[in-house]
Design a binder for this molecule. Structure first.
Ligand code: NAG
Ligand code: NAG
Ligand code: NAG
Length: 408
């Protein structure tokens, strides 16, 4: 049964996905918002304000500290980059004090280093931070971004009527396409419709967006991460079928390396974002990140699973409310499966004891090799039949992740 649903999901992804050649695997990169917000005080806080220097610093770190070579590609501006006024031709323009060389020069800087530049706008009258929105300017804004060499565009939904988004976001998709420049399109469309109680048409969204935000903004805390995971669990039967190469659900930024997550919790966020095949857009300070967080973000094995070409969304298959443990699985290519045990138990490490049959893995007469992902809390290596006991220790607010590989 699980298998049938997952295969159906793959087909839908292929049929519905936005056809611009981008986001064939979950997009990876860095984004300013969660860590740096709308800090525009460059006078008193020059290192942390939204300015061209901040994005140049992050681009440098991405190259020199190995992120680019590990697959992190986009450097994304978020809100509060623009001037409060459009120019004489009605085009958006960067804040002249904080981006004295303009966005095109920043795009050139980033491209020279083998990275891509993303920017931010809003479908409504204003951005969430109160900067000019794109309502009534969609076409000219798409063209301006293309002229600057922008590679990714996130369109937010403040100061807009969510009922009109089913028309407005696809218009932007069309205008971006008409520029002839491949621009990865990230939509906040379903989040605003959900929040105002509108039925979300995910098929239409997947046809028009490479990724889309479903739920609340992430904040720098474990509670926030759990809230997103719970929403995804509740909606998993809706979200799984619309995801595939070209079109991804977006649970929001990776906050690993910030202030709110312990090391165990950081592993758990990475593990769960990998179960979702979610975009890996970090929002942290790469200039000061602690080495253990950097190593986690650069782990090759973890990135390879997140980037598995199938792009399937995982599901919560078991939950034990008594001990606050849950198990998620995700189908990978070659009939392999990812298994993530996540503990919310706050007293002690737990010994979880289950079977592959209980996890609803497709039955195989020869069983599976279960192989732990060391960086994500498991070093198991066992050949298990469907009914054999799988025993794994999992730490408080932590995870243990393993792959189940069909035994030949
Ligand atoms: C956008 O601004 C116009 C002009 O002020 C106004 O008529 C319209 O209601 C606004 N739209 C939204 C969704 O706020
Ligand atoms: C525009 O859309 C067409 C048809 O879907 C697609 O083949 C093409 O690659 C798109 N171009 C860009 C730049 O997105
Ligand atoms: C695992 O569960 C099985 C079935 O409930 C039980 O027989 C076995 O003793 C358990 N093993 C451990 C180590 O708890």
């Amino acid at each position: 049964m699980l298998r049938v649903i997952l295969i159906f999901g793959a087909l839908c992804g292929c049929i519905y996905a936005l056809d611009n050649g981008l986001a064939r695997t979950p997009p990876m990169g860095w984004m300013a918002w969660e860590r740096f917000r709308c800090n525009i005080d460059c006078k008193n806080d020059p290192k942390n304000c939204i300015s061209e220097q901040l994005f140049m610093d992050m681009a440098d770190r991405m190259v020199e500290d190995g992120y680019r070579d590990a697959g992190y590609e986009y450097v994304n501006i978020d809100d509060c980059w623009s001037s409060k006024q459009r120019d004489a031709q009605g085009r958006l323009q960067a804040d002249p004090d904080r981006f004295p060389n303009g966005i095109k020069a920043l795009a050139d800087y980033v491209h020279k280093r083998g990275l891509k530049l993303g920017t931010y706008g809003d479908y409504g009258n204003l951005t969430c931070g109160g900067y000019p929105g794109s309502l009534g300017h969609l076409e000219i804004d798409a063209q301006t971004f293309a002229d600057w060499g922008i590679d990714m565009f996130k369109m937010d939904g403040c100061y807009a009527d969510p009922k009109t988004m089913d028309k407005g976001y696809p218009q932007m998709t069309k205008y971006l396409n008409q520029t002839g420049r491949p621009i990865l399109f990230s939509c906040s469309w379903p989040d605003y419709q959900r929040a105002s109680g509108i039925d979300v048409n995910y098929k239409l969204i997947a046809e028009n967006c490479n990724m889309w935000r479903n739920y609340d903004d992430i904040q720098d805390s474990w509670d926030s991460v759990l809230g997103i995971i719970d929403y995804y669990a509740k909606e998993q039967d809706t979200l799984a079928p619309v995801q595939g190469p070209g079109s991804f659900n977006d649970p929001d930024m990776i906050i690993v390396g910030d202030f709110g997550l312990s090391y165990e919790q950081a592993k758990a966020q990475i593990a769960m974002w990998t179960i979702f095949a979610a975009p890996m857009l970090m929002s942290n300070d790469l200039r000061t990140i602690r080495p253990e967080f950097r190593e986690l973000l650069l782990n090759k094995e973890v990135i390879a699973i997140n980037q598995d070409p199938s792009g399937h969304f995982g599901k919560r298959v078991l939950q034990d409310p008594k001990i606050d443990v849950e198990i998620w699985t995700r189908q990978l290519q070659n009939d392999e499966y990812l298994i993530a045990i996540m503990s919310r138990y706050i007293k002690l490490p737990l010994n979880v004891n289950t079977t592959l049959a209980d996890l609803q893995l497709p039955t195989r007469d020869t069983g599976y090799i279960v192989s732990g992902i060391r960086a994500l809390g498991s070093n198991i290596m066992q050949h298990l039949q469907m009914k054999d006991r799988l025993q794994q220790k999992v730490n408080p607010s932590g995870v243990a992740v393993m792959k189940a590989i069909p035994f030949p």
